[in-house]
Write a protein that binds this ligand. Structure first.
Ligand code: HEM
Length: 151
């Protein structure tokens, strides 16, 4: 499979980065919505608005970009021999582990917003604000692994 993308390789990589940017935009913004949603739980007019905004963002940005980023990323991974058992891809294994965790964070966010829609707020606003920073930390580490390839 190594090199199977041929001359499409750079196009696929460019598309991968574009969809990564879309996904990250959603991962940065969605938890902020959750804070506003939780703050508005006592006002009957607020929750339905946030539920609508969250559903729209999931449908238009978060879900499609998660799927396309993964598909293109896996195509690139096959292109550089991840599935051929070759060596020298420690950075990619580490990156995949971090991206899996980030996908888990994505799932947690969606679950939390479904609970907010039922009026359940499990975390304090302070903790929710702290969890907002998680994607930024992951992006720093993932981009270093993808670009510097330190091991
Ligand atoms: C969803 C699963 C993902 C997989 C399977 C994956 C896999 C890959 C692979 C195999 C490459 C090509 C490396 C090369 O040909 O040298 C690549 C490039 C890249 N990826 Fe991902 N990736 C994923 C998600 C992400 C995420 C979440 C980010 C950023 C937060 C990211 C950022 C990048 C960047 C910046 C490059 C370009 C690196 C370069 O050419 O210098 N990727 N990715």
């Amino acid at each position: 499979m190594t090199g199977w993308l041929g001359s499409a390789y750079l196009w696929v990589k460019a598309a991968h980065i574009v969809f990564v940017i879309f996904w990250m935009a959603g991962l940065f913004l969605y938890p902020r919505y959750l804070i506003h949603h939780q703050q508005g739980l006592d006002d009957p007019a607020e929750p339905p608005r946030w539920e609508q905004r969250e559903a729209l963002m999931r449908r238009m940005i978060l879900t499609p970009s998660l799927i396309v980023t993964w598909l293109l990323g896996l195509a690139l991974a096959a292109n550089i021999g991840l599935f051929d058992g070759g060596g020298g891809l420690g950075w990619l294994h580490a990156k995949l582990a971090l991206v899996l965790l980030l996908s888990g964070y994505h799932g947690w966010m969606v679950g939390y917003s479904r609970r907010l829609a039922r009026g359940v707020a499990r975390l304090s606003l302070k903790r929710l604000r702290l969890l907002n920073e998680v994607p930024a930390v992951f992006v720093v580490l993932i981009v270093i692994l993808a670009v510097v390839k330190p091991f």
